[in-house]
Design a protein around this ligand. Structure first.
Ligand code: HPA
Length: 262
């Protein structure tokens, strides 16, 4: 059975209505993951859910043990990960409530452990030209059409360190770099998943206009409210994805290490 990992972000600490009964605590060489993994069967898939910030939202973005989280999924046999996260909208036309299936990343984080390969087993450079699994992007977009959840096909996720929000000038600069959306958790998650040959896809919910895009002051309440308002849409998107995802992977992610080692 296909094993699919789901990482829930701000406002999504469980997939309500989708029963994931069993909890699994996983130890890793990199320390503890954010929480226990919730395991259950939905449709044809075995789904393994992890709340990125912990079930009580007590881990800020810059303190998340990204390596432990991704390694834990690998240990549980997960081949594909769907990340759900809240982001700020930079690109003109994006508005709160929109959902972007990201296709590119710009990493502006600075202080995170961002690789599993520290040189002990040789030197490894994985290819990240296409940071998100193209097959999963297609499956998600098709699922969105089937359940009438409107999705934006593609967008560049600009990852920041946080936990502070950005200045208006930073957002202006990030827009010039090519960033469409801004968030605090997208990296190194995507790169770490590729390093372990796990497919990774990002469902990014625009929770607010990024700093300076609208005149309004940003509030955390606004982010949480937007996530809550979109829970049903995300849930039906996930359900459809779980029931249509093929067993076998045909993408390049599964062979990411083949030509990556020196
Ligand atoms: N900036 C960074 N991260 C975010 C934002 C934002 O505006 N909204 C939700 N996550």
């Amino acid at each position: 059975m296909s094993k699919i990992g789901v990482i829930g972000g701000s406002g999504l600490y469980e997939i309500k209505g989708l029963t994931l009964k069993e909890k699994k605590r996983v130890a890793t060489p990199f320390g503890r993951p954010s929480d226990d993994y919730r395991v259950g069967q939905i449709g044809k898939a075995e789904v393994i859910f992890l709340p990125r910030h912990g079930a009580r939202h007590n881990i800020p973005p810059h303190m998340i043990n990204y390596r432990a989280n991704i390694y834990g999924f690998k240990k549980l046999g997960v081949e594909r990960i769907i990340s759900i996260s809240a982001v700020g909208g930079i690109k003109k036309g994006l508005k709160p409530g929109d959902i972007v299936i990201a296709d590119q990343v710009i990493d502006m984080t600075r202080n995170r452990k961002s690789t599993f390969y520290d040189g002990k087993e040789g030197v490894t450079h994985i290819d990240l030209t296409e940071p998100y699994c193209p097959e999963m992007r297609r499956i998600l977009l098709k699922a969105g059409r089937a359940v009438k959840v409107s999705l934006k096909n593609g967008g560049t996720y600009l990852a920041v360190e946080g936990p502070r929000l950005e200045t208006a000038s930073e957002i202006k600069a990030f827009g010039l770099f090519g960033g469409d959306i801004v968030g605090m958790t997208g990296m190194p998650e995507a790169a770490l998943a590729r390093e372990l040959e796990i497919c990774y896809s990002a469902v990014c919910l625009v929770a607010n206009y990024a700093a300076g895009i609208s005149k309004k002051k940003l509030t955390v309440a606004e982010v949480m409210e937007a996530m809550k308002a979109s829970t049903e849409k995300i849930k039906s998107l996930l359900k459809e994805t779980f029931s249509t995802i093929p067993q076998e992977r045909k993408c390049f992610c599964k062979d990411a290490l083949k030509e990556a080692k020196i």
